[in-house]
Design a protein around this ligand. Structure first.
Ligand SMILES: [Zn+2]
Ligand SMILES: [Zn+2]
Length: 138
């Protein structure tokens, strides 16, 4: 059953009367069946992070992971939870691509970014290595 668009929007913004599963389902319906650019066309990234739309995704991950960090499994306080993007490929549509993001504690979030930086550094070095060998071939 597809929830009508105006209902979706009403449910997403109404945390008092609807459960997190209902709000998540409404956001999913909105993006999947009505308007995939609904969120993207209304927010820049900074504002998005303070919007109900992002809060619904965060709260849903939090609920699904039993209020634990999805990386180290430690319990996380609601106000301390953070979401890390493995990729920004589906920014504003994460509701359909939950594998792109992970709910983490502060410590894990820092570690994830350190790992990412190492990977980037390694890729840079590899790229340089490639261009050197390429120029030698020429
Ligand atoms: Zn953690
Ligand atoms: Zn991150």
């Amino acid at each position: 059953m597809v929830i009508p668009k105006f209902e979706c929007i009403k449910i997403i913004h109404n945390a008092d009367d609807f459960s997190i599963q209902e709000r998540f389902a409404a956001l999913r319906s909105l993006i999947q069946f009505h308007d995939e650019n609904y969120v993207a066309s209304r927010f820049d990234y900074e504002k998005y992070l303070y919007s109900d739309f992002w809060q619904v995704i965060k709260d849903y991950l939090f609920f699904k992971s039993d209020w634990r960090c999805q990386r180290c499994q430690d319990e996380v306080k609601r106000w301390k939870m953070q979401v890390h993007h493995h990729t920004y490929r589906h920014l504003f549509k994460e509701v359909l691509w939950l594998d792109d993001i992970i709910l983490v504690c502060d410590k894990c979030h820092k570690e994830l970014h350190e790992i990412d930086e190492e990977v980037e550094e390694w890729q840079d070095q590899t790229k340089q290595g490639l261009s050197i060998s390429h120029s030698i071939q020429i």
